[in-house]
Design a protein around this ligand. Structure first.
Ligand SMILES: [Zn+2]
Length: 332
């Protein structure tokens, strides 16, 4: 079992592990999960112990992870008897591999918020902060509600794109579950299973999360181009039958230069260029459209390609996803 959230002492708020990853890589925020104190998300349980009773993280700082990130007990973490997380204590073996259900993300956010969550840091003196937590007789949720309007990001909403992607990837075998769990982005709600659309079917519907296996990543002066392996079969108005078209997305280097997670993003994409592993790309916010581009060999000729410029790197992920291989045929 994994914790869906943990209380972060210095931010006085409950964070998902994906929030923590986002903060770790954010160069505009002073945050290092290795130095932070994370505690049980159950308020009563947390307040029953001192600040030294902490949870630990798994895959909080690894840019290119394969196994599902999460919070977990340390061998010495304690919970009060009626804490809903107390039963998880059994998994506190201290050995990562001993947890049998590590490999699935069980906490499905019902909504991806398109506005980033904002954090307000508590006074930096940890001794003072700990005293406030211990001596405050009121449940901290009350204060949090009024102080943080962004509070609605917890518990079942997220603003970190990697979270719904991990839900989809790690539960890919469980088609019924993906059909059952709803996901809302903007005005559109659909089950995870249909909100995530294979890139070859992108003409079915606009505004979804498109995903596909990467064929090649090209490093140009102004941009990176991600070519997908699968093609879109499409019939133009003046044609008799469907023809296959390549699909790609462009990432502007200027966009990356100004990105708050620039270093982590460059590490992710450089790793992807060098990697021998099968990699998948997920993105939301743009739908590739048919464009005519000049042929390299014969500049007077043009050919059609489905293409889009990624506009927001927060809604773009390249990753390994071993469970998705062998999914060439058939639609989810
Ligand atoms: Zn607890």
């Amino acid at each position: 079992m994994k914790f869906d959230l943990a209380y972060c002492l210095s931010l006085d708020d409950k964070l998902s592990i994906y929030d923590v990853r986002d903060l770790n890589f954010d160069e505009t925020m002073e945050f290092d999960s290795a130095k932070e104190h994370f505690q049980c998300p159950n308020d009563a349980c947390r307040l029953a112990f001192d600040a030294a009773n902490v949870l630990t993280t798994f895959n909080a700082k690894n840019v290119n992870y394969v196994r599902t990130p999460h919070f977990k007990n340390t061998p010495s973490t304690r919970h009060v008897a009626d804490c809903p997380y107390a039963s998880l204590k059994a998994s506190a073996s201290g050995v990562d591999g001993a947890e049998t259900d590590d490999s699935r993300e069980e906490h499905f956010p019902s909504e991806l918020l398109l506005t980033r969550r904002e954090y307000v840091r508590k006074p930096s003196n940890p001794a003072v902060a700990a005293d406030v937590v211990r001596d405050d007789p009121k449940p901290t949720t009350e204060a949090s509600n009024t102080e943080h309007p962004s509070r609605e990001s917890a518990p079942d909403k997220t603003s970190v794109f990697a979270h719904p992607v991990e839900c989809f990837v790690s539960n890919f075998e469980d088609k019924d579950l993906l059909k059952r769990m709803p996901l809302k982005i903007g005005e559109h709600t659909a089950p995870y299973g249909s909100f995530f659309k294979k890139i070859e079917y992108l003409t079915d519907n606009k505004g979804l999360i498109y995903w596909g296996k990467i064929k090649e990543i090209k490093d140009y002066t102004q941009s990176f181009r991600i070519d997908f392996e699968q093609k879109v079969w499409f019939k133009q108005a003046d044609e008799a039958k469907k023809k296959p078209y390549s699909v790609n997305v462009y990432l502007s280097k200027k966009l990356i230069e100004n990105y708050r997670k620039r270093k982590a993003f460059l590490e992710e994409i450089k790793h992807a260029i060098d990697s021998e592993a099968e990699l998948y790309c997920f993105f939301y916010g743009v739908t590739p459209e048919l464009k005519q581009v000049p042929s390299k060999k014969n500049p007077e000729q043009t050919f059609g390609v489905f293409s889009a410029n990624i506009e927001n790197l927060d809604h773009f992920v390249i990753r390994e996803a071993p469970g998705l291989s062998g999914t060439q045929s058939g639609q989810l």
